[in-house]
Design a protein around this ligand. Sequence first.
Ligand code: NAI
Length: 422
Amino acid sequence: MVSGRRFDIKDLSLAEQGQERIDWALQEMPVLQRLMERYSHEQPLQGIRLSACLHITTETANLARALKAAGADMVLCASNPLSTQDDVAAALVKQHAIPVFAIRGESTAVYYRHIVAAMDHKPMLTMDDGADLVSQIHKSRPELIGEMLGSTEETTTGVIRLRAMARDGALQLPVIAVNDAMSKHLFDNRYGTGQSALDGVIRATNILLAGKNFCVVGYGWCGRGIALRAKGHGAHVIVTEVDPLRALEASMDGYRVMPLKEAAKLADFVITATGDKHVVDRPHLEVMKDGCVLANSGHFNVEINIEALEEMAAERHRPRPSVDEYRMADGRKLRLLAEGRLVNLAAAEGHPSAVMDMSFANQLLCAIHLAKHGRKLEKRVHGVPREIDQEVAKLKLAAMDITIDQLTEEQQDYLSSWEEGT
Ligand code: NAI
């Protein structure tokens, strides 16, 4: 572990390896590259202190490079104790002089110490993935808020927390819900989580999915992607939901839909993607099949009731790095992946870079928007401005060499008038 006043990471000697991987990821991030070139000339974040609490991955490293190139004076801390890529943290410190406070596997105490370091930077802008930094600022350092222009939030769970803060009258800043951009959740949550969550399950277990019963708990943006990709592997997908519309959608998308208590008896895999607490609970654990694999892809490690699992188990051992096998008193074995933390980040490398390209282009553009307009914005959760959403989609299409049609003048008139009818 190497710590200095200005950073706290595992091992600086990993920097070269980290840099190779960061550069590899950048090749799949053409939108961010283009914006980085544009803003390194314009310097819209000049003079802005920025603290970001994000998963420390190769893609985040490229976002940090872009923010720095745009003029920001930034520091980074982890948004999850198990998602940090230590080589990336080392490269950011050594090759890019960006202070990082993150060590893979850090304890909860160290995790929060790192958030304090991010607050000590006295940020004018913050970025969150799960709202931990902004909620800590409100709870323990409210004096920082006076100088702040605003914050951005990357994920569904963070947006839910921030909306709850706003409802309670506690939110003292304008926040942009980056997650709510169409160019974010339609792609990142669905295709990013779809691919990377299965990648995590496969890397952790190397168990064949074809022919297995694969239960997806929650059919939101992430759940839809996971179900789609599991189906592509030849698994028999079962969806469980609490929302009637989403349950209906899952059924019409061709999946079996039933209560989790029934699905638990059939499933070889159960993967949660709800943002909710204890969705897999004691009654489900009691009826699961021998050998069932349990994983979570939602933001916090609360979706599977791990305390109940611990209590029910006679013994636990770790047959593979990301697998804890719990032997129940009745002899059944249940296999929990990545300690119930986001399986795609803890057991694999997180989303593919090409999808984070769009999410992080949104982050960069929203940070610039807040730097310009933050003082005038209301202290509430704002959507991503439509021009930003459209700009990200246009840039991505251009990078993919895809052109599309334009409305003719006649069509524009038709679509904005009411006179013409049957
Ligand atoms: P969403 O709001 O679109 O979907 C969540 C779904 O779960 C909803 O349809 C809801 O009805 C359902 N649900 C809630 N409680 C349930 C229960 N007890 N049983 C069954 N279904 C239940 O949210 P989204 O965008 O799919 O995100 C889900 C979680 O994944 C959030 O925590 C989010 O922050 C996280 N996330 C994780 C990513 C990753 O890299 N692993 C990437 C993006 C989001």
